[in-house]
Design a protein around this ligand. Sequence first.
Ligand SMILES: [Zn+2]
Length: 165
Amino acid sequence: MRIVIEKADRKSIAYSLEPQKLTVLIPKDVITGLLEKTLSVANRTLMNNEETIPRKEFYHMLNNWTEKLQVKPKKIQLKSMKSKWASCSQSKTVMFNSSITSMPKEFVEYVVCHELLHFKVPKHNKLFRNLLSAYMPDWQERISRTIDYVLAQNNGKKLSELHIV
Ligand SMILES: [Zn+2]
């Protein structure tokens, strides 16, 4: 099953299911919703898996992006979290879900870039999206491929059981 995610000028999520393709129409303003909805599935699937990214490489990636974006988090933590991949606070602490290092590298990099960009723009507004697309033009494809990956990990389960979208 191929999942295609398209941004649409609408307020709620809509689906169109074809035999080989699930098209998901997401409101233009939704950025994190998709991430959060992949989380329960991903946690269930990947918790016992080995890390896809060694911690060392994860921190290296973080350093690269703090330099690239010219931001200075005070504290960075990996922590077990139930409903988010990452969050950042006004006190400039960034927390990442410790399960994230079991996710595909391109997805981890997206989450890192997204979170650190919040130091420049706190909200998911047009400026945020423009900056995101400027620094990482393929961010939507990264999410889309990650959903495919998670689905593949759940091979054998019905799509409706997955609650991905
Ligand atoms: Zn965000």
